[in-house]
Design a binder for this molecule. Structure first.
Ligand code: BG6
Length: 491
C-alpha cells in the first residue's frame, strides 16, 4: 500500500518553551520526521515571551530531544533535517501588533497555519482574537487545544465560545491524548472489525466492565493546579470518559469524525447522574497519605510542597457508572483512577456473563466467566481469559483459566508503538478530526461530572485516606464487592 503523503503545514507553537512542548511535542514531531511523515515544506515557529533567536531556540530543542528521545532513535541526519525547520518569534501574546510577524511568516509559504495552543486556557481567547485581527487565518487554518477545557460546564462553554468566535468547529482539534494511544484506537478495530466480539457486546453477554487508570506519580510539583482540579477533573472528566465512550458507543456508520463523535455523545447523554443515596454507595473519593512508591518513601498529598493542609481535594476516585440505554441497561461500569497507586496501569476489563447452565465442579463456579483484558499501559496488549480443562490424569474435568494473549511488543517486535502525540499531530496535519473531542462531548461530560461534584460538595464528606503505594481506600473494594464482583487483579 502506498504511504499517504502528509500535506505541508506551518506550525505556530504557542508556549514553545513550556513543559509539554519540551517534554513531548518536539519529540513527537522528531519521530514524524524520522518516519518520513513530515512534508518537505513543513515549518515550525516557536512562540514565547522569552528572549531567543532561531539559533538559541534550535539549541534548546536539540537539548530537549537529546533528553527525551531514546539514544538509538536519535539519528544525526534526521535531527539536522528536523532542526532546520525551526524558527522562533518572541511574542507577548496580548500584543496584537506582534502577530503580524506570524501572518507574514505564513504568507511566505502559503501552507495552512496550524496553531498549537500549549498555554493555559485563560489565554486561548486573546490569542485567537489577535490571530484573527492580524489576518493570520483562513478557512484552511486549524487550532489545537489541550485539556483542561474549562473547570466545569460554565467555564468550558466560555472557553469553547472564545475559540469558536474565530475558528469553526471543523478547524478545532481538542486533544485528549488518551485517544492517541495505540490500544485506544485498537478498541475501534477490536469492536468493529471482529464479529466475534461485536456480537457479544451488550448486556445480554456482558455482566460488568472495569476501567482502571492508576498512576504511581503524585502531583509532581503541580500542587497549585492539581488542588483546583482533583482527580475527577484531571483524569475522569476527560480520559476515563473517553475510554467509557469507546467501549459503550454504538457502531458508527463510518470512521468519519462525526459518525464516531455522534455515537460518543449519545453515551454521555445516557449516563445516569450519580445523586442522592448513590453518592454514598457508588462513589469513593480518596486522598493519599505518606507511603512507599517505586521503593521510595514519599510524602502524603497534604505534605507535598506548597500544600494547603486543609485541602479536601481527591487524588483518587472510584465509582459505579450506568449507561441507561438498551445495550447497557443493568451493566455497571466501575471506573477507578488515582495518583500514587501501587502500579502504573491503564486497563479495561470486560467481564462476560456466566453460562446459563453449568455442568462442572460447583466449587469452580466462580471461575466460569470469560474476561477480555485490554491493556493500554504499561504493556499494550489484549488478553482473553478463557477456561480450559486442567491437564493431568488426576484432574478429571477440573477447569483452568488461561490466556489467549496478544502482547503487541511480542507479536510485532519490530514495530515501535508511537507516542499518542505523534499520531495526534499527524492527524491534525492531515486535517482528520476523528481522534479529537468535539465541543458537545466536552460539554456533556461536564454536565455529568458537575452533578457528581456538586453532590459530594453538598454532602461535605472529606475524602478517605489511603497510603501512597496502595490501590486506594478499602471502601473502593467494598463498593464493587457489594455487587458480588471484585477488581481484576492479575496485573
Ligand atoms: C494528564 C494529567 O492529562 O494525564 C496528568 O493532567 C496525568 O495528571 C497524565 O499524569 C497521565 O497520562 P499518561 O499518558 O501518562 O497516562
Amino acid at each position: 500500500m502506498a504511504v499517504e503523503q502528509t500535506p505541508a503545514v506551518d506550525v505556530a507553537l504557542f508556549g514553545a518553551l513550556g513543559d509539554l512542548a519540551v517534554r513531548k511535542l518536539y519529540a513527537a514531531m522528531y519521530f514524524l520526521e524520522h518516519g518520513g511523515l513530515l512534508a518537505d515544506n513543513t515549518r515550525i515557529l516557536g512562540l514565547a515571551r522569552h528572549e531567543h533567536d532561531a539559533a538559541s531556540f534550535t539549541q534548546l530543542v536539540s537539548d530537549a530531544l537529546h533528553k527525551h528521545v531514546d539514544k538509538k532513535s536519535l539519528d544525526d541526519t534526521v535531527l539536522e533535517r528536523f532542526l532546520a525547520r525551526l524558527d522562533y518569534l518572541k511574542l507577548d501574546f496580548s500584543d496584537t501588533k506582534g502577530y503580524t510577524a506570524i501572518t507574514k511568516w505564513n504568507k511566505d509559504s502559503g501552507s495552512p497555519l496550524m496553531v498549537y495552543l500549549s498555554v493555559p486556557a485563560s489565554i486561548f481567547g486573546v490569542i485567537c482574537e489577535n490571530l484573527d485581527k492580524s489576518k493570520a487565518l483562513n478557512e484552511e487554518s486549524r487550532v489545537i487545544v489541550e485539556k483542561p477545557i474549562g473547570y466545569d460546564l460554565e467555564t468550558s462553554i466560555e472557553t469553547n465560545d472564545a475559540i469558536g468566535k474565530v475558528f469553526a468547529e471543523n478547524q478545532i482539534y481538542r486533544i485528549d491524548h488518551y485517544l492517541g494511544k495505540e490500544t485506544v484506537q485498537n478498541l475501534l478495530a477490536l469492536r468493529f472489525a471482529n464479529p466475534l466480539f461485536g456480537n457479544q457486546w451488550s448486556q445480554a453477554n456482558i455482566s460488568h466492565v472495569e476501567i482502571t487508570v492508576a498512576e504511581t506519580v503524585g502531583v509532581e510539583g503541580r500542587w497549585g493546579y492539581y488542588d483546583q482540579a482533583g482527580q475527577v477533573r484531571d483524569m475522569l472528566q476527560n480520559h476515563l470518559m473517553q475510554l467509557l465512550c469507546m467501549i459503550a458507543m454504538e457502531p458508527p456508520t463510518s470512521l468519519d469524525a462525526d459518525s464516531i463523535r455522534n455515537e460518543k455523545v449519545k453515551v454521555l447523554k445516557a449516563l445516569r447522574p450519580i445523586e442522592g443515596e448513590r453518592l454514598a454507595t457508588d462513589v469513593v473519593r480518596g486522598q493519599y497519605t505518606e507511603g512507599t512508591s517505586g521503593g521510595k518513601q514519599v510524602p502524603g498529598y497534604l505534605d507535598e510542597e506548597g500544600a494547603n493542609v486543609n485541602s479536601h481535594t481527591e487524588t483518587f476516585v472510584a465509582l459505579k457508572a450506568e449507561v441507561a440505554n438498551w445495550r447497557w441497561a443493568g451493566v455497571p461500569f466501575y471506573l477507578r483512577t488515582g495518583k500514587r497507586m501501587s502500579e502504573r496501569l491503564a486497563q479495561i476489563v470486560i467481564h462476560f456473563r456466566q453460562q446459563p447452565h453449568y455442568i462442572f465442579d460447583p466449587d469452580q463456579r466462580g471461575l466460569a466467566t470469560n474476561k477480555l483484558v485490554i491493556r493500554l499501559q504499561p504493556d499494550e496488549g489484549i488478553n482473553l481469559q478463557i477456561l480450559t480443562k486442567d491437564s493431568g490424569l488426576d484432574k478429571g474435568m477440573r477447569l483452568r483459566p488461561g490466556p489467549l494473549d496478544l502482547d503487541f511488543h511480542k507479536a510485532f517486535p519490530t514495530e515501535r508503538i508511537p507516542d499518542a502525540y505523534e499520531r495526534l499531530i499527524l492527524e491534525v496535519m492531515k486535517g482528520r478530526q476523528y481522534l479529537f473531542v468535539r465541543r458537545d462531548e466536552v460539554e456533556w461530560s461536564w454536565r455529568w461530572v458537575d452533578k457528581l461534584i456538586d453532590g459530594w460538595t453538598s454532602r461535605g464528606v472529606p475524602p478517605q485516606r489511603y497510603p501512597a503505594g496502595s490501590w486506594g481506600p478499602v471502601s473502593s473494594i467494598a463498593m464493587i464487592t457489594r455487587d458480588g464482583y471484585s477488581w481484576y487483579e492479575e496485573y
